[in-house]
Ligand binder design. Structure first.
Ligand SMILES: Cc1cc2nc3c(=O)[nH]c(=O)nc-3n(C[C@H](O)[C@H](O)[C@H](O)COP(=O)(O)OP(=O)(O)OC[C@H]3O[C@@H](n4cnc5c(N)ncnc54)[C@H](O)[C@@H]3O)c2cc1C
Length: 468
C-alpha cells in the first residue's frame, strides 16, 4: 500500500505529527528503528521483575499546556496523569529544603524575604501563561498575538541564570532556581540560560508537572492507540539509514536531527552542535529514598546539588569538558504517587547528571554520594541498579548523539533557530520532506509540539487545512 505520509520515529513528536496528519484524513505510516515504540517515553523492567523504570522521561512539565495533547482524547485511550504534593523539592545541607508547589503563595511563603519578589513576578507570568506558551511552543520567528505579555516574559527569560538569580536575596531561593535552570544544560553565565528554568517554573504554577500513571510509556502507547483508531499504521524495527529506505509518499516527516537528515539525504553537513551528555542510573529500591527532610519525599522531581554556587560550578565544569566531583543530579521518584510501578512497599527512582558529550567516565559513585549527602542511608536501600552512560543513549536513539538527550544543544543560536531561524523551521531543502523532532522548535521535552507544528507545515505545503 502507498501512504500519503510517512513519519520516521515513534516518540511523542513523531506520533503527534502522525496523529495530526491522520486527523486531516491522510493515510499515515510511522516507521520506528527500535523493536518498541516510544523513543524518549519508554517504561521497562530494567532491573528486577515488577520494577517499572522510565528509560528516559518521567515527569512532564510541558504536557499540560500542549496544544497537541489537548487536541487528542488520550484519556479515552488509557492515559492518566498523576500529581505529587509539590512539583519540585530542593534539599539543602542540614535538613533544610525549598519547594516549588503548584500554588505560588505556598511556594513564596517558603522563600522568606524573597516572598514578595517571587509572588509578584510569578503572579504576573502565570496570568500571562496561556499566551506565553502559545508563542513559545512554536517557531521563535513569528509575530506574537500578545507582544506586551511576551515582552514581559522575554525581558526576564533572556537573562543569564546568574543575572536572574541575583534578584533573590536568600541563598536558598537562589539554589531553588539553580536546580530548575540546570535543566537547560547551559552555563549559568550565558545569556538566555534563565529561559528554560523560568518557563518550567511558570508551567509548574500555571499547569503543574504531571507524571503519567504506570510510566512514561503510557503517553506514547495512548497516542499509538489513538493513531490506530484514526487508521494510522506503525511498523517497528524499521531504521531509516538512507533516502531509498523510505517508502514512496507525498509527505515525509523525520523525527531526526539535522545531521541525521544530512546523512540520510546526502546533504551538506549542517551547522548543528550537540551539548553535554547524560549519565543516568535507575534504581530498584527497598523503600522510599530516606531524605533527611521528609517533605522532599513528597515531590516527584528532586534537584540534588546543594547551593546555587555548587550547581553553577558543576554545570560550568561540564561545559569545560570536566567531570564535577559533586555533580548536579536530577532525580525523579514516581513511586511516591504511583505504587503500581514496583512490588508492594518497594520503589523505583532515577537520577542523572550532565557529563561532557560522549564521556566514558563512570559517575555512579559521585551521583550516589550526592544522594547520600541529603538522604543518608540511600545506598542501603538499593536492591539493583541499571547504569546508562552517554554511549548507551547514543546507541538507544539516533537523536541522542554523544548522549545529548536534547537532540542538539540549547544554545542561544539553537534556541532561536531550531534548527534554523525561520517562520517554518520544519521545512527542509527537499520538497515534501520535513523535520519533526526535538531538534526543531520548541525543542526537547514531552509535549509533541514539534511534531504537531511540523505536521501543520506539511499540510499547508499541500494546500490542506489543519484546524485542530
Ligand atoms: C534520560 C532522559 C531523561 C529525560 N527526562 C525528561 C523528563 O523527565 N521530562 C521531559 O519532558 N522530557 C525528558 N526527556 C526528554 C524527552 O524524552 C525528549 O525530548 C522527547 O522524548 C523528544 O521526543 P521526540 O519524539 O522528538 O524524540 P524521541 O522521543 O527521542 O523519539 C525519536 C524516535 O525516533 C526514532 N528514530 C530516530 N531516527 C530514526 C531513524 N533514522 N529511523 C527510524 N527511527 C528513528 C528513535 O528510535 C526514537 O524512537 C528526557 C530524555 C532523556 C533521554
Amino acid at each position: 500500500m502507498t501512504y500519503d505520509a510517512v513519519v520516521v520515529g515513534s516518540g511523542p513528536n513523531g506520533l503527534a505529527a502522525a496523529i495530526r496528519l491522520a486527523q486531516a484524513e491522510l493515510s499515515v505510516l510511522v516507521l520506528e528503528a527500535n523493536p518498541q515504540i516510544g523513543g524518549g517515553t519508554r517504561t521497562v523492567e530494567l532491573t528486577e521483575p515488577g520494577f517499572l523504570h522510565d528509560v528516559c522521561s518521567a515527569v512532564m512539565p510541558f504536557a499540560e499546556h500542549s496544544a497537541a495533547f489537548r487536541a487528542m482524547p488520550l484519556r479515552e485511550h488509557g492515559l492518566e496523569w498523576l500529581y505529587s504534593d509539590s512539583e519540585v523539592a530542593h534539599p539543602l545541607d542540614g535538613g533544610d529544603a525549598r519547594f516549588i508547589y503548584h500554588d505560588i503563595a505556598q511556594t513564596a511563603e517558603g522563600l522568606g524575604k524573597d516572598n514578595g519578589a517571587y509572588s509578584s513576578l510569578f503572579g504576573q507570568l502565570v496570568r500571562d501563561a496561556d499566551d506565553i506558551f502559545k508563542y513559545a511552543m512554536g517557531p521563535m520567528l513569528h509575530l506574537p498575538q500578545h507582544p506586551l505579555k511576551l515582552a514581559r516574559f522575554g525581558l526576564v527569560a533572556l537573562k543569564s541564570a546568574d543575572r536572574f538569580a541575583a534578584r533573590y536575596n536568600d541563598p536558598a531561593s537562589q539554589a531553588l532556581f539553580a536546580g530548575v535552570a540546570a535543566h537547560a544544560v547551559q552555563p549559568f553565565s550565558r545569556p538566555t540560560s534563565a529561559s528554560v528554568g523560568l518557563a518550567m517554573m511558570v508551567a509548574a504554577h500555571a499547569y503543574r508537572w504531571p507524571v503519567p500513571k504506570g510510566g512514561a510509556a503510557n503517553v506514547t502507547s495512548s497516542m499509538a492507540r489513538y493513531l490506530a483508531s484514526l487508521g494510522g499504521v506503525i511498523e517497528t524495527d524499521r531504521r531509516i539509514r538512507k533516502a531509498s529506505d523510505l517508502p514512496a509518499a507525498r509527505l515525509k516527516l523525520l523525527s531526526s536531527t539535522p545531521t541525521a537528515l544530512a546523512s540520510i539525504f546526502d546533504l551538506p553537513e549542517p551547522r548543528w552542535t550537540y551539548g553535554p551528555g547524560a549519565f543516568k542510573v535507575d534504581w530498584a529500591l527497598e523503600g522510599p529514598i530516606p531524605w533527611t527532610n521528609t517533605e522532599v519525599g513528597r515531590a516527584s522531581t528532586v534537584h540534588v546539588g546543594g547551593s546555587y554556587e555548587e550547581i553553577a560550578a558543576a554545570e560550568a565544569a561540564v561545559h569545560q569538558g570536566r567531570h564535577p566531583e559533586k555533580p548536579y543530579v536530577l532525580v525523579t521518584q514516581p513511586t511516591n504517587i504511583d505504587a503500581s510501578r514496583a512490588p508492594s512497599g518497594k520503589h523505583v527512582a532515577w537520577g542523572y547528571c550532565h557529563v561532557p558529550n560522549d564521556s566514558e567516565v563512570d559517575m555512579v559513585d559521585r551521583i550516589e554520594s550526592q544522594l547520600e549527602r541529603f538522604a543518608p542511608g540511600f545506598r542501603d536501600q538499593i536492591i539493583a541498579r541499571h547504569v546508562k552512560p552517554p554511549g548507551w543513549y547514543a546507541d538507544y536513539n539516533d537523536n541522542y548523539v554523544g548522549g545529548d538527550i536534547g537532540a542538539g544543544a540549547f544554545t542561544p543560536r539553537q534556541m532561536f533557530g531550531r534548527p534554523r531561524l525561520s517562520p517554518n523551521p520544519y521545512a527542509t531543502t527537499i520538497e515534501g520532506v520535513f523535520l519533526c523532532g526535538a531538534s526543531t522548535a520548541p525543542g526537547a521535552g514531552v509535549h509533541g509540539m514539534a511534531g504537531w507544528n511540523a505536521a501543520a507545515a506539511a499540510l499547508r505545503s499541500i494546500g490542506e487545512r489543519s484546524d485542530a
